[in-house]
Design a protein around this ligand. Structure first.
Ligand code: CTP
Length: 438
């Protein structure tokens, strides 16, 4: 009969989840699932942390993405631990115990312990209060319930207890497990996106990564709160954008952002259907044989923009200098492609047209255009022409009677063209040519 009993889990007046009692009983301890999904080094580490608090009565919890992924049977190495006690002292003890290194961020009450190729983030359980939209929250020590309550989505607001004898117990106050089976992303309360509008981007990222959809009310709240994104600094949005671009198929998130009018509140020039984006992102992955660089993806993202909008993009998102050069170059080069039109273009012409652009930008243009003739020219430059050097250098020219100055620069340039175009192939050829000019 117990199987038939329905448990009603109230969700802060927001929704109500009905779970069969048996389902709850089945999921209440995840120790064996942890053993079968997590890698051995992660398991050993979790047990060592748990051993450190034996007899202290300090509750410890595994939280966040690892719990979500574990329930989805996806192994994760992203270990986040919440301590209902002093996380910093425990982090130091763990670091000593496993011969690792602890990085303590006293101001935030967080610590990262690293050992070999594993790292653990530890934090004291806390409650958060948002004084105004977009502001960083005020933080106070709290219980595990407080800590889960402050989180973004029910699927991310579960915890697994680690201290003995509770090891493996699942804490799921918001029905996160049920959401995983129903494949939905759901916020915990109606002000969630207003409190932290970056959650809008996070919601779309999880939705697309996991093949889920936004729960009905959550989608309505998200649409309502999209304008709140304008309260977030370009820097923070850029951070989220970078994380999105690390997804396996980031174009899905970018397109969803478009469909929901998200770009309008972040950066209006990108609020336009780009029917080539998916194709370009896919091609970039094929060319890179895996994940393309951030600068490649960003160049493709802004490829249709004007040069002045690209400058605004760089400024608003505070794009780092080297990446900025790549995306600026890509969009500039796009408008110079006329120089490379035609079946027969001299290698020296190709070289001169491309030598001031960064190789990644050239590759981005190649990917974006997807044109076979252009590809031949760009590829020739990237694979061969950019490495071509003259055999004679400035010193050799001095020996031939050329004085330093503009003339020497001109001769070196002409020699390079001759070499690129195959008019000279040996030192003797180059010497003869210089003598002829002189
Ligand atoms: N979190 C949150 N709100 C945010 C950022 C993070 O509530 N704006 C919480 C979530 O519980 C999240 C956890 O902090 O699960 C860890 O954050 P993060 O490492 O960004 O996410 P993961 O869930 O680990 O996701 P991913 O798989 O993308 O790393």
């Amino acid at each position: 009969m117990a199987d038939e009993v329905l448990l009603s889990i109230p969700l802060k007046g927001y929704a109500c989840y009905n779970l069969l009692y048996q389902e709850v009983a089945e999921i209440s301890n995840l120790a064996s699932q942890m053993n079968s999904v997590l890698s051995q080094d992660v398991l050993v580490l979790l047990r060592r942390v748990a051993n450190l608090v034996i007899g202290d009565g300090v509750p410890l919890y595994l939280v966040g993405g690892l719990v979500r992924d574990l329930l989805l049977k996806v192994p994760s190495r992203d270990v986040d631990i919440v301590v209902v006690g002093d996380a910093l002292t425990l982090a130091r003890s763990l670091s000593d115990d496993i011969d690792g290194a602890a990085k303590i961020h006293r101001r935030f009450g967080t610590a990262t312990v690293s050992c070999k190729n594993l790292s653990v983030d530890m934090v004291t359980a806390r409650s958060e209060v948002y004084s105004r939209p977009g502001a960083l929250p005020d933080i106070r020590p709290g219980s595990i319930d407080d800590d889960l309550k402050r989180r973004d989505f029910a699927i991310n607001a579960m915890a697994i207890r680690l201290d003995y004898p509770h090891y493996g117990e699942l804490i799921d106050p918001y029905g996160g497990r049920q959401d995983l089976t129903q494949r939905v992303v759901r916020v915990l309360h109606k002000r969630s996106f207003v409190d932290d509008a970056t959650r809008i981007l996070r919601a779309l990222r999880y939705e697309q990564r996991l093949g889920f959809h936004l729960e009905w009310d959550t989608e309505a709240l998200l649409r309502r709160d999209v304008p709140a994104l304008s309260t977030i600094s370009g820097n923070r949005i850029c951070h989220e954008l970078e994380i999105i671009l690390r997804e396996e198929q980031p174009e899905k998130v970018v397109e969803r952002m478009n469909g929901l009018g998200v770009w309008r509140s972040i950066f209006t020039p990108l609020d336009a259907e780009d029917d080539k984006l998916s194709e370009r992102f896919e091609r970039a992955r094929r060319v890179a044989g895996g994940a393309p660089s951030l600068s490649m993806y960003l160049s493709l993202l802004v490829y249709n923009l004007t040069e002045s909008d690209v400058e605004r993009f760089i400024l608003f998102f505070r794009i780092q200098k080297m990446v900025a050069k790549v995306i600026r170059d890509a969009v500039r080069l796009k408008s110079m492609l006329g120089l490379l039109d035609g079946n027969v273009v001299l290698p020296s012409v190709i070289y001169r047209a491309l030598c001031s652009y960064s190789p990644t930008a050239i590759l981005a243009v190649d990917v974006a255009e997807g044109d076979s003739l252009l590809h031949r020219h760009l590829n020739l430059y990237l694979k061969r022409l950019r490495y071509v050097r003259t055999l004679l250098d400035g010193e050799a020219l001095l020996g031939l009677g050329v004085n330093t100055g503009p003339l020497m620069g001109k001769i070196l340039g002409e020699l390079k063209d001759a070499r690129l175009d195959g008019r000279v192939t040996s030192v003797q050829d180059e010497v003869a040519l210089v003598k002829h000019w002189l």
